[in-house]
Design a protein around this ligand. Structure first.
Ligand code: AMP
Length: 397
């Protein structure tokens, strides 16, 4: 069985074609600048690369070109589009309606479209991509939606309800939804495979990348997570502020004469690593600058490690214990210093880590706790595309 995985944005579309017999990626690539001009970069499993500039007025033309590249010329990996059994789409927001992946029909597509109020930049793009695939491949090829929010739907109301009047939840669906659900599910399930199940296990998963979120997972189910109504909540990220005292927002907006949308832009695009350090949104740049003595780069790294540590502790308290902490995402998988600074001095919780093991744990499945530690510390590389493909294959079997 061959599954195509699509991750669509408003002007881009990332894709992977996965052979489910061995879970190998047959081809992958990126369509960019859709609606502007158009560019596609396509790579095959044999290492052949095709890069083309083509007009992509809409996602449909991008999808047409992608099908042509897969079936002909240098980038060819299949003889016929019909070899693709189904398509799995990453859909950002499933609201309270979707707690698992679904095969799309007109009703489901309309429901995803209806949730656009909650994810105005993402859900419309996801729907556009689903419709483009149906148009090009025909209605017989199943289109499966895999939601970023779905895994977090098991959170209890005390975790997801906001402190604002309840009527806003009733009228507008204002509550915590959580994101990166596919990644938290992938790495926690992987730990379950390694340990022979997650029954009775209390796990904190730290997805740390350009966007970051942490989740408390008990018995394999999400109990709480740091991102909220939108991905802005929680810890500081590349350019997002994470949670701030809401009064600061109106205070600074008034002082600086900023509109709501300008303020939103600052909170989402100019804060976090970028905003505190004044140097970069990229963790690697901050680590280099901090080593060279830049105090604000060091402060940014200290702040993020402090926040992650706080969540590990508070989620252990929320779950009544802790069996494992998992690090994943670009920072979680690669930055030994972030991992070590989060986990050191946590012996009171039963977590004891080894600095040398931590330094050697990057980019692979590895533990870095000491032999005596009661809590395991793991690096588990995430693979959201593979989980989307697995869900899709399972639903269309
Ligand atoms: P992601 O969004 O998951 O691709 O993660 C991007 C983040 O991972 C950026 O902040 C990168 O600086 C960070 N990252 C990637 N490689 C490394 C590395 N070797 N050391 C520290 N951070 C890294």
């Amino acid at each position: 069985m061959k599954i195509l995985v699509i991750n669509a944005g408003s002007s881009s579309m990332k894709y992977q074609l996965i052979d489910m017999e061995n879970e190998n990626v047959i081809a992958k690539g990126l369509c960019e600048r859709i609606g502007i001009d158009g560019k596609i970069t396509h790579k095959t499993h044999e290492g052949k690369e095709v890069a083309l500039e083509v007009a992509f007025p809409t996602h449909k033309e991008a999808f047409d070109k992608l099908m042509e590249l897969m079936t002909s010329g240098e980038g060819k990996v299949i003889d016929d589009v019909k070899e693709i059994n189904a398509v799995g789409h990453r859909v950002v927001h499933g609201g309270e309606k979707f707690f698992q992946s679904v095969v799309c029909n007109d009703e489901i597509i309309a429901a995803i479209e209806d949730l656009s109020a909650l994810a105005p930049l993402h859900n419309p793009a996801n729907v556009t991509a689903i419709k483009a695939c149906v148009e090009v491949m025909g209605k017989d090829v199943p289109q499966v939606a895999v939601f970023d929010t779905a895994f977090h739907q098991t959170m209890p109301a005390k975790a997801y309800i906001s402190g604002m009047p309840y009527e806003y939840y009733e009228k507008y669906g204002v509550r915590k939804y959580g994101f990166h659900g596919t990644s938290h599910r992938f790495v926690s399930s992987r730990l379950g495979e390694i340990l022979g199940g997650l029954e009775g296990k209390k796990v904190v998963t730290c997805h740390l990348g350009n966007g970051s979120s942490i989740a408390a997972i008990k018995d394999g189910k999400c109990m709480d997570t740091t991102m909220g109504f939108t991905p802005l909540d929680g810890i500081i990220m590349g350019t997002r502020s994470g949670a701030v005292d809401n009064s600061i927002v109106s205070y600074v907006a008034e002082k600086e004469g900023l509109s709501w949308s300008e303020m939103n832009n600052i909170l989402n695009k100019k804060s976090g690593f970028q905003g505190i350090s004044g140097i970069s949104s990229d963790c690697r740049d901050l680590e280099v600058a901090a080593k060279e003595g830049n105090e604000r780069a060091q402060l940014t790294l200290d702040k993020v490690c402090y926040q992650i540590k706080q969540y590990v502790g508070s989620y252990a308290a929320a779950m009544g214990g802790l069996d494992a902490v998992i690090f994943t995402g670009g920072i979680g998988e690669n930055s030994a210093s972030v991992r070590y600074n989060v986990c050191k001095d946590m012996e009171f919780l039963g977590l004891e880590v080894c600095e040398e093991l931590c330094a050697n744990a990057s980019r692979k499945e590895a533990t870095f706790n000491t032999e005596n530690s009661k809590v395991q510390a793991w690096v588990l590389p995430t693979n959201e595309e593979l989980l989307i493909a697995r869900d899709t294959a399972e639903l269309v079997k």
